[in-house]
Each structure stands twice: as structure tokens, then as C-alpha cells.
Design a binder for this molecule. Structure first.
Ligand SMILES: *Cc1c(COP(=O)(O)O)cnc(C)c1O
Length: 354
């Protein structure tokens, strides 16, 4: 039976990427050697790293605009502290839109004043706040563009003159977007790009070198840029697999084409959530995420019945996060429209059975 993988992360990757990545573990490009047994200083690996950085900048349309791409370790969680370590001298602003923003705020507070500019906590983070004032003296404003757990996503980026920093772990490369609005953004690979173990950071170089504190080498963006993401041994498998996904995006026609397909998938699923009387959506309509669709059963007593139906139909990874309950369909780039149709079928089956 075909399994339809709706997992929130680690999550579905294109089959072609999995095939090529596993092939490279056996032998990299007819070299007689495995990807995971060659030196990261070899020509072969340096060219993998360079192409991955180049494609990441190309897909975000930031080539030759003063930005650098890095593939680091420590997950998106390490970026919570690293961006503050490198950029927060005096005062930073954070918009709190969920669990991940809350964690980012906690880490940043170790380095300076942190102002919570806006929050949707009072409504269990079911919307993206709007219409708040942004002080002009912030070192930066931090946003979480897609909230993986609650299923909300920014449609418009707030206008401000202060540098913008964003956690894009769960919506990087998912839609056409003006990435140049951001001075720094980061994404753990395991949502929409590759296996866990590497984090893409894209940063405007002009932003660096402004804080007065001393920064440990491995956490210093300037050092990482100088070392070409190889201050120490990089996670070669995670970087290579990410490169394969970046090439796959290219083959599919780039993120504009992928974004259109993602909109179609999300619209179909939200239409069913709204139409089907057995279900109700969690996120407020204007903040709905195109990557993580959160919904609940109207009658929670049907949980076991619906779970069994999903199971029988090969639907995997649909369980919602404990802070929301219910269901979360993560419909990342690699998930096909057929998988979305399968889920919709299941939802309709439940309705018919009632
Ligand atoms: C998953 C996730 C994280 C945490 O990523 P790690 O790589 O596990 O540290 C942070 N932010 C968002 C938006 C996420 O979806």
C-alpha cells in the first residue's frame, strides 16, 4: 500500500531525492567512494557545498545582492541564539506567533533587551497579529514566517526600516516571495529541504560586525562565511541531500511553479475542512498556512474511527501537535496532490458513514 506522508518534520522528500541520496551513500558519482567516507575538503565535496549555496541563493533570488548562504549545524534552535549573539547589541523585537517564536525569544533574552512587539498567545496562536507599531531603534525584528504547530503563516511582511530576521524552517522554498525584505533568515532542513542535521542560513553580509561582544568562533557568522560553512566538518549527507532537493526544485520549474502547486493543494484541503460538517479548521482564515493545515473533529468521539480510516488508507503522520490536538496535515513541497485527494476522500468517508 502506498503511504501518504503528512508528517510535520522530519517529513516527506521527493522520491527521486531519496533514491539519489541513498545511491550516493553507496557511491558518489562513479568515484568508487561513498559520500560519507570522503574528505569534506575534497574537490568533490567542496563543489557540492558551493552548488548548494548557489542554488539556495538562486531560488530566493538573492544572487549578487550582498547575501551569503551557509549550511550550519545545531538546527533552527541554534539559530535562535546565534542570531541574537551576532546581531543583538541593545534591543530586539519579536513577534510571538507560537511555540518556536517563544523559544526564540527565550534564547534572545540572554543577549539583550527583547520586546515582544505583538503576540497571538491569548488565542492559542491561531492567527498572525497585524497592525502593531514597530520601534525604529531595534537592532532587528524577528518573525516566524510559518508556524508549523498552529498552522499559521504570514501573507504580508510588516513594513519597517529595521533589519528583518526570520525563522522560515517550515516554509522556505514553498512560495514566490520577496526574500530581499529579510536581512537574515534560517531554516532547519528537515521540513522542506532535506534530512535533519543541517540548517540553511541566508544573511546579508552588511548586517555583521556591529555588536560589541566577543563571539565564539563556531557561532560567529563572519567566521562561518570565511570558512565556507566548513569551520569544522559539515554534515555532508544532510548538505548533499539538501542539494538534491534544490536541484529538484530547479527541475520542477523553480519556487514559483512549486508555490502554485502548493496553493492548489492547500485550497483543496481547506475547502474540504470548511465544507465537511465533521471537521473544523483551527487557524483563523486569513492566517492559514499553505504548509501545515490544522483541523479538529467537531465530535471528538469519532477520533478512533477517523484514525482507523486514515490508517487503512495509508495516511501517515496526521496527528496534531499536543498544544492544538486534532489533526495537522503537513503538505510540504514533495507531497503530491494525489496524497491530498486521498486525505479528502477519507474525510468524506467519515461524513458518509455518519
Ligand atoms: C521544526 C522547527 C524548528 C526547530 O527546528 P530544529 O532544527 O529541530 O531546531 C524551529 N522553527 C520552526 C518554525 C520549526 O518548524
Amino acid at each position: 500500500m502506498k503511504i501518504h506522508n503528512f508528517s510535520a518534520g522530519p517529513s516527506i522528500l521527493p522520491k527521486d531525492v531519496i533514491d539519489k541520496a541513498s545511491g550516493a551513500v553507496k557511491e558518489l558519482d562513479n568515484s568508487g567512494l561513498s559520500l560519507i567516507e570522503i574528505s569534506h575538503r575534497s574537490k568533490a565535496f567542496i563543489s557540492i557545498m558551493e552548488e548548494a549555496c548557489e542554488l539556495a541563493l538562486k531560488h530566493t533570488n538573492l544572487n549578487n545582492k550582498g547575501y551569503k548562504a551557509l549550511f550550519l549545524q545545531g538546527g533552527a534552535s541554534q539559530q535562535f541564539l546565534m542570531c541574537a549573539y551576532n546581531l543583538l547589541d541593545n534591543k530586539a523585537g519579536y513577534v510571538n506567533t507560537g511555540t518556536w517564536s517563544t523559544k526564540a525569544i527565550k534564547e534572545a533574552k540572554l543577549f539583550g533587551d527583547v520586546i515582544e512587539i505583538a503576540s497571538s498567545k491569548e488565542n492559542n496562536f491561531n492567527y498572525i497579529p497585524k497592525g502593531y507599531d514597530i520601534p525604529s531603534d531595534l537592532d532587528y525584528l524577528h518573525l516566524t514566517t510559518n508556524n508549523t504547530i498552529f498552522g499559521t503563516q504570514y501573507k504580508e511582511i510588516p513594513k519597517t526600516t529595521v533589519p528583518l530576521v526570520a525563522d522560515m524552517s517550515s516554509d522556505i522554498f514553498s512560495r514566490k516571495f520577496d526574500y530581499s525584505k529579510f536581512d537574515l533568515f534560517y531554516a532547519g532542513a528537515q521540513k522542506n529541504m532535506g534530512p535533519a542535521g543541517t540548517t540553511l542560513v541566508i544573511i546579508k553580509e552588511a548586517l555583521l560586525g556591529k555588536v560589541s561582544r566577543r563571539i565564539p568562533s563556531i557561532l560567529d557568522y563572519t567566521v562561518q562565511i570565511k570558512g565556507g560553512s566548513m569551520f569544522n566538518t559539515p554534515p555532508v549527507f544532510a548538505v548533499y541531500t539538501s542539494l538534491l532537493t534544490l536541484r529538484w526544485i530547479e527541475e520542477k520549474g523553480g519556487i514559483e511553479v512549486i508555490g502554485e502547486k502548493n496553493s492548489l493543494k492547500a485550497n483543496r484541503l481547506y475547502n474540504e475542512v470548511d465544507r465537511n460538517p465533521m471537521f473544523k479548521g483551527f487557524a483563523s482564515e486569513e492566517s492559514r498556512s499553505q504548509m501545515n493545515v490544522t483541523f479538529n473533529l467537531v465530535d471528538a468521539e469519532l477520533t478512533d474511527t477517523f484514525d482507523a480510516m486514515c490508517n487503512d488508507n495509508g495516511i501517515s503522520g496526521l496527528k496534531g501537535h499536543r498544544s492544538v490536538g486534532g489533526y495537522r496535515a503537513s503538505i510540504y513541497n514533495a507531497l503530491s496532490i494525489e496524497s491530498v485527494e486521498k486525505l479528502i476522500n477519507c474525510m468524506q468517508l467519515l461524513e458518509q458513514k455518519k
